[in-house]
Ligand binder design. Structure first.
Ligand SMILES: Nc1ncnc2c1ncn2[C@@H]1O[C@H](COP(=O)(O)OP(=O)(O)OP(=O)(O)O)[C@@H](O)[C@H]1O
Length: 237
């Protein structure tokens, strides 16, 4: 039996990239079960590659990925999902030709159809649009659908890649409020640094495929010099 609680995510000395090209150069971080980590950094430093590596969509050259004490590194993407890893990619991979309800059905993974109500409780807007095609949804609704579908698989850890991209501020508020109600481990990549740091309890900054800082999110948010150094931005006060 694994000694770690379900949802504890331990990433250790991860080296990975695309084919022979190495992008991640020894990335390590730990998220305790139920913890929330923001993974931040400038464009192109390897944030998306980190998430893609955790779900098995890149070439891993070395290092380990443990979820609830179980090593995922050698498993297929679908086996990692079955082990509890949920993933909402930047591309919002919904089926545009299927209805909202059909899209959600694809996330049930054998659970009874009544479980769909969980999605409609989290995002009432999806309930109102359950008969609409995925391609008819606004950007915000598509993102809600993508998140809701991942959650229906009952992951113990959820990986979110820039969920707020392209969304109006009021839609960002709705989505972040829903995410804040989740009780699971969350790894969040997000360009809206202030929102990410408000959501997370800890933060890791990446630069050129390496972890260059990790610490409490609240401390980072108050440290303008740190943010400037690792992101090249100063948060508006
Ligand atoms: N499919 C791919 N094949 C080869 N190289 C890739 C591929 N995807 C990304 N890269 C390269 O990997 C590096 C890291 O990219 P990645 O998308 O992980 O960065 P990121 O930190 O998520 O950036 P952004 O904030 O712009 O999304 C970049 O140099 C990028 O060009």
């Amino acid at each position: 039996m694994p000694a770690e609680p379900a949802g504890a995510l331990e990433v250790s000395d991860l080296h990975a990239g695309y084919g022979r090209t190495q992008i991640l150069d020894g990335v390590s971080f730990t998220i305790p079960a139920g913890g929330r980590l923001a993974l931040l950094g400038r464009n192109g430093v390897g944030k998306t590659t980190t998430l893609a590596t955790l779900v098995g969509q890149t070439t891993r050259h070395g290092g380990s990925i443990r979820l609830g004490g179980v090593e995922l590194g050698g498993l297929s993407s679908s086996a990692r999902a079955a082990a509890g890893l949920g993933y909402v990619p930047q591309t919002r991979d919904i089926f545009k030709s299927l209805t909202v309800e059909e899209n959600l059905g694809a996330g049930l993974k054998g659970r009874p159809r009544r479980a769909l109500e969980e999605a409609y409780e989290l995002f009432p807007r999806l309930g109102e649009r359950r008969r609409n095609g995925g391609g008819e949804l606004s950007g915000g609704e598509q993102q809600m659908l993508s998140v809701a579908r991942a959650l229906l698989g009952r992951p113990t850890a959820l990986l979110l890649d820039e969920p707020l991209e392209g969304l109006a501020p009021v839609v960002c508020d709705t989505l972040m409020a829903a995410l804040s109600r989740l009780e699971m481990t969350v790894l969040l990549v997000e360009q809206q640094v202030d929102r990410a740091l408000d959501f997370a309890d800890r933060v890791v900054f990446l630069d050129r495929g390496r972890v260059v800082h990790s610490g409490p999110a609240g401390t980072a948010k108050a440290d303008a010099a740190l943010l400037e150094r690792h992101l090249g931005v100063a948060l508006a006060k």
